[in-house]
Design a protein around this ligand. Structure first.
Ligand code: BES
Ligand code: MN
Ligand code: ZN
Length: 504
């Protein structure tokens, strides 16, 4: 997709689809005078409420616009970034459905619109472009005659154009926002592809390869530890989960350093379970296929590091990705096994389906030991309980540091990738005690997401600025149906980038 910010007269833009953002407040106040300007039927006023993401497409040469279709694009009250994202996403989706290759947006009133949002022009442009990328996404590369698995088909190369018409005075600010929005938007698309690819197209080695490719392209270092090296290091958690598999695990380190001095060292850890069958504690077969998405944390960490590199943020950002599938077989770990993690802490594996915490444990210890960073944040599709508590739009946040927790919460509100904090009180330790080992990997029925987080906390080696984000709900939205866009969402990239931008 190519996005062109232009100060050319919007009436003359030759487009398949020209969108005019309209707020509900505007409609109420001056609908009569606002809408005749495009020469439309009064009936439209009665039918169109300008709810965020509502679109009415008008045909038949409206007013003095050259575009072949005009779309009224609802932005709700117009005061929320989320509504702008929603509107942009709806527009992009409509453009895909109508096969419009040249879309334009009339942002000539952007100054007035910005006044309502209380945001800068740049932020508004960024949110709009991010939303546009989200709405234009389709996962079709595995359909015959569409795209091949690498996405190199001609169809993908065909470039759709989006023109954003703005007043001359704000051109540079809008361009800045567009540039950042393109980076976040395209990184999220990459993450969605990785999450949507099933186990037979994406294993631990494929994740490592994807990281290497990204590192090469955007100029950061990537090191991949293979099974032998993981054994030598003694990452007993990752190896235990991998035991049932005939495919080797990988441990990938992404290392981005800025040109100048780094203002902080941040380590991001992502759960990379490429398929979670549950292992010997096997999951029910219904919907088990959704567990191809159990590497969403890893994908988002890759997406975030890539975005940070492309933005050139003045931070040293390291991504750690332990990856494997979780399979049952005669070589698989068995419930009741006691394993020794990289930290030396022993764990009784009461349930082989609580595998995420085992591979994260090793990576968290590695993060502290190797980098002693200012901040450690892990992202993981860790518990079904998290979906029960917060649903498919919100992630659970756990942190041992109130300042960090507040920053992440705020970044969530701003980026639209929302988090809600849950407790890490020591009273929950009781649930993960073991009679035979230092810890038990399962905490029983109650507070499943909390006990998982408490488990992880044991492996941060006294680090005082750590956060765990359980993205089981918002990283993958299940659902079936032709034409419906569901599956991987890219959740985490926007949140982390917003957090790190503010940090820098
Ligand atoms: N990957 C799952 C968690 C999950 C479930 C993510 C549904 C997304 C949707 C994780 O490995 C898991 O199986 N967790 C168990 C933990 C339990 C055995 C203590 C769970 O949540 O049931
Ligand atoms: Mn599991
Ligand atoms: Zn899992």
């Amino acid at each position: 997709m190519k996005i062109i910010v232009t100060k050319n007269d919007v009436h003359l833009l030759d487009a398949d689809l020209l969108a005019i953002p309209v707020s509900s407040a505007e409609l109420k106040k001056r609908g009569e005078e606002a809408l005749p300007l495009i020469g439309i039927d009064r009936q439209v006023l009665a039918d169109f409420k300008a709810d965020a993401g509502e679109i009415i497409v008008l045909y038949g040469g409206s007013g003095n616009y050259s575009a072949s279709r005009i779309a009224l694009l609802g932005i709700g009250e117009g005061d929320k970034l989320d509504d702008w994202r929603k509107a942009a996403s709806a527009l992009a989706s409509k453009a895909v459905d109508l096969k419009s290759e040249k879309v334009s947006v009339d942002c000539t009133r952007i100054k007035a619109l910005v006044a309502i949002t209380g945001q800068s022009v740049t932020t508004l442009a960024e949110a709009f472009v991010e939303g546009y990328f989200a709405g234009s996404y389709r996962f079709e590369r595995l359909k015959s005659g569409k795209l091949d698995k690498k996405g190199t088909d001609e169809k993908l190369k065909k470039i759709d154009k989006l023109y954003i018409a703005v007043p001359a005075g704000v051109l540079t600010e809008v361009e800045e926002g567009v540039a950042d929005g393109e980076i976040i938007g395209s990184c999220k698309q990459m993450v969605r592809d990785l999450v949507n690819l099933p186990g037979n197209y994406l294993n631990a080695t494929d994740i490592a390869n994807a990281a290497e490719e990204s590192g090469k392209q955007y100029g950061y270092d990537v090191t991949v530890f293979n099974k032998k090296e993981i054994e030598l290091m003694g990452m007993g958690g990752l190896l235990a989960v991998n035991k049932g598999s005939n495919q080797p695990p990988t441990f990938t380190v992404l290392d981005y350093k800025p040109q100048g001095e780094a203002k902080a060292v941040i380590v991001l850890v992502g759960k990379g379970v490429t398929f979670d069958s549950g292992g010997i504690s096997i999951k029910p077969s219904e919907n088990m296929g959704e567990m191809k998405s159990d590497m969403a944390g890893a994908a988002s960490v890759l997406g975030a590091v890539e975005a940070v590199a492309r933005l050139g943020l003045p931070l040293h950002v390291v991504g750690l990705i332990p990856a494997t599938d979780n399979m049952p077989s005669s070589t698989a770990q068995q419930p009741g096994d006691v394993i020794t993690t990289y930290s030396g802490i022993t764990v009784e594996v009461s349930n082989t389906d609580a595998e995420g915490r085992l591979i994260l444990a090793d990576a968290l210890t590695y993060a502290k030991e190797k980098y002693n960073p200012d901040v450690i944040i892990d992202l993981a599709t860790l518990t079904g309980a998290c979906i029960v508590a917060l649903g498919y739009s919100v992630a659970a946040l756990f942190s041992n540091n109130d300042t960090l927790a507040d920053k992440i919460f705020t970044a969530g509100q701003h980026s639209g990738e929302k988090v809600w904090r849950m407790p890490l009180w020591d009273l929950y330790d009781e649930q993960i005690k073991s009679d035979v080992a230092d810890l038990n990997n399962t905490g029983g029925r109650g507070a499943g997401s909390v006990t998982a987080a408490k488990f992880l906390e044991k492996f941060i080696e006294g680090h005082t600025t750590w956060a765990h984000i359980d993205i089981a709900g918002p990283s993958f939205v299940p659902g079936k149906g032709a034409g419906k866009v569901n599956g991987g969402t890219g959740f985490g990239v926007g949140l982390l980038v917003e957090l790190l931008k503010k940090w820098a």
